[in-house]
Design a protein around this ligand. Structure first.
Ligand code: PLP
Length: 410
């Protein structure tokens, strides 16, 4: 198989000017990957800065409530900055340090990857520029606020639809003129090689821990592992721990949005609206029209709202190793409520997609079986979206009152 390909998916479709940079990056990554000291340095760093190993929590109340399989939750929400994204950005940060570069750039849609990258840059003393569509800057003010306070420069991108893909183009443009000093921190298991493989490698820490933890706590392997799928990094992270264990079924859950039939979703693997394509530096299944135009996507979870998906997951899907499902916005809000009420745990809207499918399937399983849900992040960040969706009257009053206070101040 060609390097950087997973079946027919992946590759590195990059402009000629970036060739030397990718040679350098591949070399640094290959050296790091074969150097046990690098991995140890990474694990030590994550233990001291980001609460690793994250716990595997037995959700006893939720399991009793549903009947059937025992549900365990892998707590990536307890990472620094509140999600699994820390694993990837801190790993790349250590690599940048090795390469001797002094500046990092990233693009971000919802802002979570921007906040994680700005945090990493502050910790390692790198200069940091974050590209963000102007539309997203307006929608995600709290994250922009934190990025700036963490010392990053946030550049609103005014091209095109002023969202994620326009920010991505702008980040590549920056990189072409700054590659000697600058590393582009891609946020998920997508983009040109080596990013899918490299990001999956950093995220594999989730699965390595989860496998050990379930064997220790439950005495045997789980029957199924569930994870939400945006770009696919948290899913790949936990799945890698169980890829060789044929008895463990791996289930990826995509954003079903307002329902697959409405077209307002971000389901690439189920729903039949995606086709093979090459864009953003790699080949994968993109949601596109018959003419090959990228379709607009929708999800209540900003982190799942993306037209492409990891080439590694497309390949695993084709091979039948990963089963894909989708969860609607409505089902996500219900699963979130159930998790809060029974376990006192607030999953991110993204992570709640994994909960939906697990909650659906657990009651049909046996008590001596276990399942794991990868809880990719915590839901505190979603307070505006969740309060709005639950149509909470006292929250509305609070926002209006706050706005009045600000108006009176100026
Ligand atoms: C960004 C994000 C995701 C989606 O990214 P993947 O690469 O698919 O993991 C999922 N959950 C949370 C909490 C996120 O912040």
């Amino acid at each position: 198989m060609k390097k950087g390909y997973f079946g027919q998916w992946g590759g590195a479709y990059i402009p000629e000017v970036l060739h030397a940079t990718f040679v350098e990056l591949n070399k640094a990554y290959d050296l790091a990957r074969t150097d046990k000291k690098f991995w140890q340095e990474y694990v030590d760093f994550m233990q001291n800065y980001s609460c690793r190993p994250t716990p595997l929590t037995y959700a006893e109340n939720l399991s009793d409530h549903l009947g059937g399989a025992r549900i365990y939750i892998k707590r990536e929400d307890l990472n620094h900055t509140g999600a699994h994204k820390a694993n990837n950005v801190m790993g790349q940060g250590l690599l940048v340090k090795r390469m001797g570069k002094k500046r990092v750039i990233a693009e971000t849609g919802a802002g979570q990857h921007g906040v994680a990258t700005a945090t990493m840059a502050a910790k390692f003393g790198f200069e940091c520029t974050i590209y963000m569509g102007e539309e997203d800057v307006l929608r995600q003010r709290p994250n922009v606020f934190w990025m700036e306070k963490l010392g990053a420069t946030v550049v609103p991108v005014t091209d095109g639809s002023r969202t994620l893909k326009d920010a991505m183009n702008e980040a590549f443009r920056d990189w072409v003129s700054s590659m000697d000093t600058t590393h582009y921190v891609i946020g998920t298991v997508c983009g040109p090689h080596p990013f899918p493989e490299m990001v999956a490698w950093f995220q594999s820490i989730i699965g390595i821990e989860a496998r050990e933890q379930i064997l220790k706590q439950f005495g045997k392997l789980p029957s199924r592992v569930y994870a939400c799928v945006g770009g696919g990094s948290n899913a790949m992270g936990i799945f890698q721990g169980f890829l060789q264990d044929e008895g463990v079924e791996l289930v990826g859950v995509e954003a079903g949005g307002k329902g697959l039939e409405t077209g307002m979703h971000a389901s690439r693997m189920v729903g039949g609206k995606s086709q093979p394509g090459v864009a953003q530096g790699y080949k994968t299944m993109f949601l596109q029209s018959d003419e090959g135009q990228m379709l607009d996507t929708h999800s209540i979870a900003a982190g799942l709202d993306y037209v492409g998906v990891s080439p590694i997951l497309v390949d695993l899907g084709e091979k039948g190793r990963v089963r894909f499902e989708s969860a609607t916005d409505e089902a996500v809000l219900e699963a979130l409520s159930l998790s809060m009420r029974t376990e006192g745990i607030i999953p991110a809207l993204e992570s709640s997609h994994g909960f939906v499918q697990a909650i659906k399937e657990a009651p049909k399983m046996q008590r001596d079986e276990a399942i794991i849900i990868n809880m990719s992040g915590r839901g505190d960040k979603d307070i505006f979206t969740i309060a709005h969706a639950y149509d909470d009257p006292s929250w509305k009053e609070f926002i209006i009152q706050r706005a009045e206070e600000y108006k009176n101040r100026v």
